[in-house]
Design a protein around this ligand. Structure first.
Ligand code: NAG
Ligand code: NAG
Ligand code: NAG
Ligand code: NAG
Ligand code: NAG
Ligand code: NAG
Ligand code: NAG
Ligand code: NAG
Ligand code: NAG
Ligand code: NAG
Ligand code: NAG
Ligand code: NAG
Length: 724
């Protein structure tokens, strides 16, 4: 039903109620399945007729709001005509009252009884009563989820519960006996429980409870979340001795619980590893068992429990197998390059680490003291500074650690051979225009014939390069990033010899500058760098600067005078972070920006300079002697002043008054002063301060002088005389 239609019906009901409101309207309640009587009074309105039998000839008509034809019409003795929906369920009782049986929820609505008096002069229906039939019903489920629900981890979930009933039943969901109205993830709306992404912890027993005044019903369901296993016991790193039994645990929990465990060693299934497959066992609970450990069993083991759902988890542990030191596969022959340094390798395997390796040569203990320039290196190999005929022979090594040794190695035969030699080495430097072809030769002799390889020193160039069959390096087309050092290596089983060369690519934009450094002061920074190759043309630089806190578009560029590798950037703010980058340019374009260097300019000193006076000490041992000519002050200079003294300042106060300046031109090398002009019969305090340029020290201890009875106070009375 469209919204408009619904509105029309609602309006119609309102109108009917209005029209009936003058007459009588009543409400009849009945339960679904039961019966109801809708009363309609057949008593005549005129006073003369009292007996129903004598009631005038009439038609009884029951209409239902919303039905186009009456649901029952009865005339005289004829059987009533009944609407198909009410066949067998309606009948008239007590005259015109309507009995409706086997009530359904649909029977709820407005009914009207109309009586038409056939002999009436008005020739009209007599409007009867409007009656509202209300059907109450206990809840009945119309929609409920299955009693067992499985949902995949991460999927969405909807459980709908709906019920009929009158009054309209309310639906309440419970999980494991507690209501789930308020939950961040689970939403309940109009009886429907929904969840965007299922987590494991939502498994449980859910109950949908529907209730109204007429009764209640509960539907229970079990919810299970299907997901990959969870490892509850992870394997732990383990250290064991050889011959012990290795045990690595791995226990997982899962729904569905059809778990299988897989163990990998370094990514390979343990059942596919030759040394393990006949010995390992994986127990039902996931534990990996390796009986009678051998040194090869050491390594990383990874356990992966799976039930075939989503991505299984995994957990790893490292197994260490301690054993006496031993020597692995020794090569049958060792070639040493005549006249060059060489190595006779002892492939030691040891855990705990090897302590020392002993060698035998031709069956005798190899005493290195007899072979100057030979040594056994930290790996246990014999290092020979210059191989010659002395080195030829049969060698074997024995390795020891704190557990001892597992014995001597197989022997290796040491053979002396000439190393490869470069027949046509590359020249030290090649200069070529960009885009052209550059072939750099590197041809070597040797037995066996050496293999020539080329590599670029530093980063591998993005532009391609190839090695020709005759060993030459082919750079075509020659590109900017071919610029730099190259090395040709000629390798055979005896030795590797190498030769280096430098390729200069002309006609390119300049290369990256390097070693950018910035020194700062308060308002300036000195940016300096080492220029890269100029690409064959004079290059110039610009320094780019911005405050670190500003955006990318605020970089400013500053030109650098030609042929300078530094720039003093002035006008900076103190105590502020700046970023710098250097850009090289030549007539063909710009090179790459250098790495960005971030620096902070020096901060303005926070303490004012007067604070320095704290470390300027006042003079000491100030004393005053009253002499005939005046008061003689004496003192000692401060010990080790932090800055050179430039003089002293004398202050005085009379009778505990204000301190006033008496003299500020006392020189630094003075240590006494005659104070004159004091007023008679007063008490004076005098004190001194050290002075270094504009810095003043704290005052010294004050000395007290009394002028009681003093006769002589010549000179400078103006200083203190008018003091009250
Ligand atoms: C009966 O009711 C109808 C409306 O339902 C009204 O139009 C009519 O006038 C009424 N008749 C009498 C006799 O009251
Ligand atoms: C609530 O559900 C009932 C039936 O289950 C439906 O008639 C009604 O429109 C729904 N209300 C909302 C707001 O979804
Ligand atoms: C379930 O686990 C999720 C995290 O995985 C958590 O956010 C949520 O609160 C948990 N819910 C309950 C009911 O414990
Ligand atoms: C559900 O109905 C039973 C009787 O059928 C009643 O005892 C109980 O209190 C009702 N529960 C609720 C929650 O209405
Ligand atoms: C392993 O062997 C060493 C020496 O053989 C011994 O000292 C140590 O106790 C052994 N450790 C274990 C766990 O058996
Ligand atoms: C073994 O695992 C550890 C971390 O668990 C890792 O650091 C180490 O590189 C692994 N070793 C190998 C050989 O995979
Ligand atoms: C476990 O059972 C599920 C179905 O319940 C199946 O899809 C899966 O393959 C099984 N996993 C294993 C390892 O047998
Ligand atoms: C092995 O060398 C060590 C010193 O490096 C020496 O003390 C020891 O005697 C040697 N062992 C043998 C069996 O020669
Ligand atoms: C030469 O080097 C190539 C590539 O590194 C290698 O495949 C080849 O086996 C080497 N040949 C010899 C004789 O060493
Ligand atoms: C190597 O071969 C290239 C082309 O095949 C040739 O141009 C070059 O001259 C040869 N170099 C030497 C040293 O033979
Ligand atoms: C800046 O640094 C360069 C190189 O370190 C130096 O030569 C130059 O004198 C410095 N300039 C100033 C003003 O400090
Ligand atoms: C002060 O005078 C007294 C005697 O008059 C003398 O003993 C003392 O040394 C004098 N002090 C100074 C600092 O001259």
């Amino acid at each position: 039903m469209g919204l408009e239609r619904r509105w029309l019906v609602t309006t119609a009901v309102a109108i009917c109620l209005l029209s009936v409101s003058q007459g009588v309207s009543s409400l009849v309640r009945a339960r679904v399945g039961g019966s109801a009587e809708l009363a309609c009074n057949l008593t005549p309105t005129s006073k003369e007729d009292t007996s129903p039998n004598l009631f005038p000839l009439h038609v009884v008509e029951w209409v239902r709001l919303g039905y186009s034809v009456p649901i029952l019409i009865k005339f005289g003795v004829y059987a009533p005509r009944v609407h198909p929906n009410y066949k067998g369920r309606v009948s008239l009782i007590r005259g015109a009252s309507l009995l409706v049986e086997r009530l359904t929820l649909e029977d709820e609505g407005w009914f009207e009884c109309r009586i038409l008096l056939l002999d009436s002069k008005t020739d009209d229906f007599r409007n009867g009563t409007w009656t509202f039939l209300s059907i109450t019903a206990p809840p009945v489920f119309i929609k409920k989820p299955p009693t067992f629900v499985e949902v995949l981890l991460g999927d969405s979930l909807t459980l709908s519960c709906g019920a009929h009933g009158n009054p309209r039943p309310t639906v309440v969901w419970h999980k494991d006996e507690s209501p789930i109205e308020k939950h961040e993830k689970i939403k309940v709306l109009n009886g429907t429980l929904s969840l965007a992404s299922v987590t494991r912890n939502i498994s449980g027993v859910y109950k949908c409870h529907v209730s109204n005044s007429e009764g209640n019903l509960t539907h229970s369901l079990q919810l299970q979340v299907k997901g990959p296993p969870i490892i509850i016991i992870s394997p732990e790193d383990t250290t064991l001795n050889m011959s012990q039994d290795g045990v690595l645990q791995c226990q997982a929990d899962a729904y569905p619980s059809n778990l299988t465990y897989e163990w990998l060693k370094h990514g390979q299934n343990v059942y596919h590893i030759e040394s393990l497959k006949s010995r390992v066992k994986i127990l039902v609970d996931g534990t990996l068992l390796i009986p009678n450990l051998i040194p090869e069993d050491a390594g990383n083991y990874t356990c992966t429990p799976t039930n075939g759902i989503l991505t299984p988890p995994s957990a790893s542990a490292h197994l260490k197998v301690k054993h006496p030191a031993r020597v692995g596969r020794m090569s049958r022959e060792t070639y040493l390059p005549a006249g060059m340094e060489g190595l006779i390798v002892c492939p030691v395997q040891a855990d705990p680490p090897v302590l020392y390796v002993n060698w035998t040569k031709d069956g005798n203990y190899l005493n290195l003291d007899n072979f100057p320039g030979w040594m056994v290196n930290s790996e246990g190999s014999v290092f020979i500074a210059t191989a010659n005929d002395n080195a030829v022979g049969m060698y074997a090594c024995t390795a020891y650690n704190s557990y001892g040794t597992m014995g001597q190695s197989e022997p290796t035969r040491v053979i002396l051979k000439d190393p490869p030699s470069l027949r046509v080495p590359p020249q030290p430097e090649y200069v070529q225009e960009v885009g052209r072809e550059l072939i750099i030769p590197c041809d070597a002799n040797g037995d066996p014939t050496p293999n020539i390889t080329w590599s670029k020193i530093g980063a591998t160039p993005r532009s391609p390069f190839s090695v020709l069959a005759n060993g030459s390096l082919l750079l075509q087309p020659l590109s900017k990033d071919h610029q730099g050092g190259w090395e040709c290596l000629a390798t055979n089983r005896v030795a590797t010899v190498s030769a280096g060369t430098v390729v200069m690519v002309l006609g390119t934009s300049p290369h990256l500058v390097y070693s950018v450094s910035v020194t700062t002061e308060m308002n300036q920074a000195n940016v300096s760098w080492v220029p890269g190759f100029d690409g064959g043309y004079t290059q110039k630089f610009t320094v780019w600067v911005k405050q670190a806190s500003r955006g990318k578009h605020e970089w400013a560029s500053l030109p650098v005078p030609t042929s300078k590798n530094y720039l003093l950037v002035t006008g900076l703010l103190a105590g502020t972070s700046y970023q710098f980058s250097v850009l090289p340019q030549n007539k063909l374009g710009s090179g790459p920006f250098s790495e960005i260097v971030s620096v902070r300019t020096q901060a303005v000193p926070t303490e004012p300079p007067t604070a320095v006076s704290i470390i300027l000490d006042p003079p000491t041992f100030l004393s005053a002697n009253c002499t005939e000519r005046g008061v003689l002050l004496q003192w000692s200079p401060p010990e080790a002043p932090s800055s050179p003294l430039t003089g002293y300042v004398l202050q005085v106060r009379r009778d505990q008054g204000r301190w006033v300046l008496l003299s500020n031109d006392i020189s630094a090398n003075q240590s006494e002063l005659l104070v004159q002009g004091l007023i008679r019969d007063s008490s004076y305090d005098l004190r001194l301060m050290s002075c270094s340029n504009k810095l003043l020290s704290e005052p010294s201890e004050a000395v007290n002088v009394s002028t009681i009875g003093m006769e002589i106070y010549p000179l400078r009375p103006q200083f203190l005389g008018d003091h009250p």
